[in-house]
Design a protein around this ligand. Structure first.
Ligand code: PRX
Length: 653
């Protein structure tokens, strides 16, 4: 985060205590904090029993005998899909709407819990017939359509492991994820709707599997876009295979530590990490936080989280948390501004959404369009607002509360990560006095500390590095296939043999009230529109282009997207004069989009003749960031050649 945003955080001094009305009916109570403080493990054991149905009850809460490899509720067994489906039907809530789905072109589909249970059972039978069983990996590459949720739950029901790949990722990114997890099956669609058009998905799968050398045996294709697709021997239509399957499927119980999913996320190296989550602990924390952080009253609320199922927010707060809690939710396929800029508000009005969870980048883009647009819709059903993905600046916070929340809905700013699996820091509505710009306090049962470089705790208001000091139920259990990288990346920096501490990669400080303020990543990970991107991964994509000799990428502050990708490249000498810098920039921006996905497309690519390096050859990205953000260039004394920055700055003027 830049110094500008820290300044702006300091200008908003207003505090928002909970209204007595809200507190009276709120799900969360201060007793949760007290119980967690008195006995953290007993607290989580109670939550696991209260939130979930266990086929075999557990007797052991946490096994931390082999850190950093944790086991939660290890001798218990459960079925994750049963917890999200059948038990609600058996409890008499089969007619409750689970999903109000809205397609971008305006087509809709409503699924009750009973219907969703049948659909998932059919899909589970179909997958089993294709040979999918416990432990097998299934890649899912779908738009936000009901089949995405059905596919995830069907995989979970069989005790298999899903790896959802965001539909905006390229064929190459999909291939590397399929290979890393040795997926046996890919579930995709012909295409999906986005910005008024069908975007094809199947060709990316075909390209990813073109050499027939992967572990994939079948590709199951949902018909959604009605676009023409190439057909291969391994391909099967979802509607043929799933519709003919039986709607009866008995959910078998699996151990609490049975792997549930792998989700790839960017780290500091070029290769994305396959973050592994398991069943019992994950579902406990995802559902507990979903209920308490959003004050969910499942019998009357209509909840909407705008995340794509391809991200962790879509896993924990579209699929697992809400469905485990028996919530009624909205699922929307398309973009916020199609066919008109009020589409989201129209959806809120149409379904009477009461709880709304989105990202600051979206809020800022609506702010820019003006309040007239949301003011044209009836948003009076809204009673809780959530934010996730990056720090929310106080201006956006106040706008969100005033314009979307009618000046009274509490906002929960939730800090967490793909790795943490569920919310870790957040206010609890009805309890916490809200402070715009701060994520506030660890949820009950979570222990967070802010440490200095030397590992000692820093005192307010000094900034430091955020660590989680005790294991938590929804923690990642590892990086798929790479236990060393897991131990190294997260646990080596601050752990001692007596105390293992998880290093999150975020800077933060605590104020005198004990509220936590997130200050952005401290590693080579950028946050663009709430999505994580690795500088190294984009640099690798750039140098894979034949005209590029060297590349350096930085995340530069951007009013709209939080950070934006800015690249500096040196062209190979034989190409340096053959292209104008503008041509090279256009070419390379497109190249990154096709290598990784459109989200990684640089905002700018600057062609330079030198990059600032230390004497040991390390690129000083900090200086490039100064240039990219239009600031005066900082201290250059450690550069091998101190004139370099002058050359770069002159060139970009
Ligand atoms: O830097 C933090 C930022 O997003 C990172 C995690 O990204 P990802 O794994 O993609 O998960 C995003 C959705 C949970 C964190 O390391 N981040 C996430 N939420 C917040 C945040 N930064 C500040 N405030 C937040 N509420």
């Amino acid at each position: 985060m830049t110094s500008n945003s820290i300044d702006s955080l300091l200008h908003e001094e207003r505090r928002f205590p909970p209204s007595p009305d809200f507190t009276e009916g709120s799900v969360a109570s201060p007793a949760l904090y007290e119980q967690a403080k008195a006995d953290r493990l007993a607290f989580w054991a109670d939550r696991a029993r209260e939130q979930l149905h266990w086929h075999t009850p557990f007797t052991q809460t946490l096994d931390w005998s082999n850190p950093p490899f944790a086991k939660w509720f290890a001798d218990g067994t459960l079925n994750v899909a049963y917890n999200c489906l059948d038990r609600h039907v058996l409890a008499g809530n089969g007619d409750r709407v689970a999903i109000h789905w809205e397609g971008e072109p305006g087509d809709t589909r409503t699924l009750t819990y009973a219907e969703l249970t049948s659909e998932v059972s059919k899909a589970a039978n179909a997958l089993a017939a294709l040979g999918i069983g416990q432990g097998d990996r299934v890649a899912i590459y779908l738009p936000v359509i009901p089949e995405a949720v059905i596919a995830m739950l069907a995989v979970a029901r069989l005790g298999a492991v899903h790896s959802v790949v965001f539909g905006g990722f390229s064929a190459e990114s999909l291939r590397s994820r399929i290979d890393d997890a040795s997926a046996k099956l890919v579930i995709t669609a012909d295409g999906g709707w986005r910005k008024g058009k069908v975007f094809p998905l199947k060709p990316a799968v075909d390209a990813a599997l073109a050499d027939n050398a992967s572990t994939v045996e079948h590709v199951l294709v949902v018909r959604r876009g009605e676009n023409d697709v190439q057909w291969n021997e391994r391909d099967l239509w979802w509607h043929e295979v799933v519709s003919s399957a039986s709607a009866e499927h008995e959910a078998e119980a699996f151990e609490a530590e049975n792997p549930l999913f792998i989700l790839y996320t960017s780290g500091t190296t070029g290769k994305p990490k396959g973050i592994l989550h398991t069943s019992g602990g994950y579902l406990t924390q995802a559902s507990f936080t979903h209920k308490n952080v959003f004050d969910l009253h499942p019998e009357k609320d209509v909840y909407w989280c705008t995340a794509d199922v391809g991200w962790i927010t879509g896993h924990s707060y579209v699929v697992y948390g809400p469905l485990a809690n028996g919530a009624t939710q909205v699922l929307y396929e398309g973009t916020p501004d199609t066919p008109h800029p009020g589409r989201w508000w129209e959806i809120i009005e149409k379904y009477g959404v009461t709880i709304f969870y989105t990202a600051p980048t979206a809020i800022r883009s609506f702010m820019k369009l003006g309040r007239e647009i949301p003011d044209g819709f009836d948003l009076s059903s809204i009673r809780v607002l959530g934010s996730v993905g990056e720090p929310i600046n106080p201006e956006a916070w106040i706008w969100y509360r005033d314009v979307i929340g009618a000046g009274k809905a509490p906002i929960v700013d939730t800090w967490w990560q793909t790795e943490t699996g569920a919310i870790m820091i957040s206010a609890l509505p009805g309890i916490t006095t809200l402070k715009p710009g701060s994520a506030q306090v660890p949820i009950p049962g979570i222990k967070i500390d802010i440490l200095g470089e030397d590992g000692t705790r820093v005192d307010p208001p000094q900034g430091g590095l955020l660590v989680v000091s005790e294991p938590w139920p929804s923690m990642l259990r590892g990086i798929w296939g790479d236990p060393e990288r897991f131990a190294d990346t997260y646990w080596s920096r601050f752990s001692t043999p007596e105390a293992y501490k998880y290093f999150a990669g975020d800077g933060a400080h605590v104020d005198a009230d004990g509220d936590i303020w997130l200050l952005g990543r401290v590693d080579d990970v950028m946050n663009v529109s709430g999505h994580r991107l690795s500088t190294t991964e984009i640099e690798s994509a750039l140098v894979s282009h034949p005209i590029v000799a060297e590349a350096a990428v930085v995340g530069a502050a951007d009013e709209q997207t939080g950070q934006a990708v800015v690249a500096f490249v040196i062209l190979r000498s034989e190409h340096a004069d053959a292209q104008t810098p503008d041509e090279a920039s256009t070419l390379l921006r497109a190249h990154v989009a096709s290598a990784i996905g459109a989200i990684a497309r640089p905002r700018q690519v600057f062609v330079v003749t030198e990059l600032p390096k230390t004497r040991s050859g390390k690129i000083m990205r900090r200086l490039l960031q100064d240039v990219a953000e239009g600031r005066e260039v900082g201290d250059t004394t450690t550069l091998a050649d101190t004139a370099v920055m002058q050359i770069i700055s002159d060139k970009l003027k």
